[in-house]
Structure formats: C-alpha cells, structure tokens
Design a protein around this ligand. Structure first.
Ligand code: AMP
Length: 302
C-alpha cells in the first residue's frame, strides 16, 4: 500500500519561549512523509529551490520515501517563519516567503499514479483537484486546508472536498468552513460536503473524529515538555494515514487506532525543533507510546 503526498517542503524559522531555530527543515510534506514512512512507502511530490542541500535531503534517506517527485527549481525554497508565546496552541506567522512554491504545479510522476492512498497537504484547492485528476483510482483521499483557502477559494475548495474521503482540520477551520459554532453541528455540515470522515484537531486538547459510526475522542499525550508544536498537525496526518495504509482497511476500529497512532507520532514531533525528534524516533518507541495511550484513556464502565 503506497501513499502519495503533495505539499510543502520548507525552511522554517521558529521562535518559542524555549529557543529559536533558523532555516531548519519543515513543510507539511516533510513532517507527513517521515511520520507515514513508519508504516508504508511514501511518494513525495513537492518543490525545493537550489538552496536545499544534501543535509536537508538526508532527513529522508534510509526511509521508504521516494523523492522522484520532489522537483528542484531555480530560486529559493519556501520559507515560513512563526512565533509562539507560552500558549503553544496559538502562533503568529511572521513571514511566508513562497519563493519557488509560488509557481508550484504538482506533476505526478507516472509511477505514482496508481497510489492507493493520497494525502493533499495544505495547498491551493485548485492544485489539490489537479492532483486528483492525475491519479488513477485511489482507495482513500485525505486532505488538509487552512483559513486562507476557506475564505479565499471557497467554491474551489467545495469542488475538491466533494472528492475527499478524510478531511483533517483544526477546530477554528471547522467552524469557518461550516459557519457553525458548535463543533458537532460543524461536523455534520462538513461531512455533507463530501468527506465521510472528519478529524478535528484541537492542539493540546486532542482530536475528535466523526465518521459513519459516530464520534471518537482522543486526548493529546500529556507531556511535561512541549518544545515546538510546528508540524504537529502534519505529523498527526502522517501517522493516521500511514497506519490506515499499513492496515489496508478503514473499519471503525482501524480508524480509531489510526487516530491514536497519529496522536502518538505528533506527541514525539513537538518534543524538539523541526523534524529532529521524528528522525531519532524508533518503531519500538512509537509502539510503547501507543500502549501508553491505552492506559491513559482506559476505564471500567459502572
Ligand atoms: P502545522 O504546524 O502542522 O500546521 O504545519 C506547519 C508547517 O506547515 C511548517 O513546517 C510550514 O513550513 C508549513 N506551512 C506554513 N504555512 C504554509 C503555507 N501557507 N503553505 C504550505 N505550507 C505551509
């Protein structure tokens, strides 16, 4: 089971109350790919500039991540700069330098067109649809988006969502997309737009999944030290879709385990800057944290 991901590969400059990292590897497709590659082979489609070197590429080496779809263009790599206060759930975007990403037009290599799982990272919904038109018949299409596209390309986003099976967004985006303040009502409205499964991410408050079988809630893993939340959402998506691809089905119990796997991966990602913690992570550590989630949430009914 292979996973095709289309999204940003970036340099991030991040400031948190605990330190600053400058021009380190980031981007939605980077976090997603490394997380998903614990479970299934990944095919990455994105673009980088000529300042993206061997050091950055090294992050993907030794993992089942195919980079034949990572285009190299003349110019600088996409750069994002963000700053967090002590409330790590809120961040300010200081700069978004699109650079080579501005003219990104995903070209899906012929060898990727049969991918059975597709993750459309947070890019223009017109490009997301264009990707879907280039692939053959995926078993599962998952998608992310953000406020910029919800307000700026509402109609185009609706067209894309009609072809999406799983949408992963945060609670503010769910409210904005649906026009409903209540998250349960928002979920009903969004599921009527296309995605049968909706995952609403709520930062340190965990996630809520809405599917045909009802709803499922998972907390965020209680960590003593959260260092840098950047990429947590994309890491969650990588763990979630990766687990589904590895399992090969979307039954309710598989979906629920995928939510926990996504939460486990994301909890590691926030322990260090950039992809640093994910790159040191072992499968044994992932499985251990998955089991600790069970203890964390288990109780006996009365
Ligand atoms: P997350 O914290 O999961 O929302 O993901 C943050 C990552 O998304 C960072 O590594 C950024 O490089 C990347 N990112 C931020 N803004 C954008 C954007 N407008 N388009 C694509 N990727 C972005």
């Amino acid at each position: 089971m292979s996973i095709l991901v289309v999204g940003s590969v970036a340099f991030d400059t991040v400031e948190t109350p605990f330190g600053k990292a400058e021009k380190v590897l980031g981007g939605s497709a980077s976090f997603f790919s490394v997380a998903a590659s614990f479970f299934a082979p990944v095919q990455l489609v994105g673009v980088v500039g000529d300042d993206f070197g061997e050091k950055e590429l090294g992050a993907f080496e030794g993992r089942p991540i195919d980079l034949a779809g990572l285009e190299r263009a003349a110019g600088k790599t996409f750069h994002w700069q963000g700053k967090y206060s002590y409330d790590l759930n809120a961040r300010d975007t200081i700069a978004t330098d699109l650079n080579v990403f501005e003219f990104f037009k995903p070209k899906i290599p012929a060898a990727y067109r049969k991918a059975d799982h597709v993750f459309l990272g947070n890019i223009d919904p017109v490009l997301q649809l264009d990707v879907l038109q280039q692939v053959e018949k995926p078993r599962l299409v998952a998608c992310d988006t953000m406020n910029f596209w919800i307000s700026g390309k509402a109609a185009e986003l609706r067209t894309t969502l009609a072809r999406v099976d799983v949408l992963l967004i945060n609670d503010a985006e769910a409210r904005q997309l649906s026009g409903e303040w209540n998250v349960v009502k928002a979920a009903r409205a969004i599921r009527a737009m296309g995605p049968r499964t909706l995952v609403v991410k709520k930062g340190e408050h965990g996630v809520l999944m809405f599917s045909d079988s009802g709803s499922f809630a998972a907390p965020a893993f209680p960590l003593e030290e959260v260092f840098d939340p950047t990429g947590a959402g994309d890491t969650f998506a990588g763990g979630f879709i990766g687990y589904l691809a590895g399992a090969g089905d979307t039954r309710e119990d598989t979906l629920r385990r995928a939510v926990i796997m996504g939460s486990a991966l994301a909890s590691f990602s926030v322990e260090d800057f950039s992809l640093d913690r994910l790159l040191r992570l072992t499968r044994a550590e992932v499985d251990e944290r998955f089991r600790r989630f069970k203890q964390l949430t288990h109780f006996e009914a009365i």
